[in-house]
Structure formats: structure tokens, C-alpha cells
Design a protein around this ligand. Structure first.
Ligand SMILES: [Zn+2]
Length: 78
């Protein structure tokens, strides 16, 4: 779910909806939010996410000053 267009908190310019592209093996995925501290897996060296609820993160960007504002709305596991 994309947040509605909101004015920038810094300069009041209407912000553009978007998302942070996280580089992963073979491409990019949408950034996700998880509760608690980040913890690395001993076997893979990647972050442990098993059993955690992951929320896709939408990020608004101000085209004038570059300020970013993120929202982790919607259901987990997307
Ligand atoms: Zn701004």
C-alpha cells in the first residue's frame, strides 16, 4: 500500500512516493521492516528473518531537498 502524497516536513514540497531498492543476489528487492535487533546467521552471514514478520517499506522522497520519509504499512510477509 502506497502512502498518499504528503508535504515534506522540511520544506513543505509535495513528496514523491517510492521505495528503497535493496540489492540482493540476482537483482533488487523492496526494503522490509522487522521488529527487534538485527542478528546475523552464523551459517550464511545474512540477517536472521525466520519467524519474524516482515513489513514492506514505502518511502516518500522530497524532490526539492531530498528528505526521505518511510512507512511500513500493510501486512507482513509480502
Ligand atoms: Zn523537502
Amino acid at each position: 500500500m502506497m502512502p498518499e502524497s504528503l508535504p515534506c516536513l522540511r520544506c513543505k514540497t509535495p513528496m514523491e512516493p517510492g521505495f528503497i531498492a535493496d540489492a540482493t543476489y540476482g537483482g533488487n528487492v523492496q526494503e522490509k521492516w522487522a521488529a527487534g535487533a538485527a542478528e546475523n546467521s552464523a551459517w550464511w552471514g545474512t540477517l536472521k528473518t525466520k519467524g519474524k514478520e516482515l513489513y514492506p517499506v514505502s518511502t516518500l522522497r522530497c524532490p526539492k531537498c531530498g528528505y526521505l520519509e518511510s512507512y511500513a504499512r500493510g501486512g507482513p510477509g509480502l
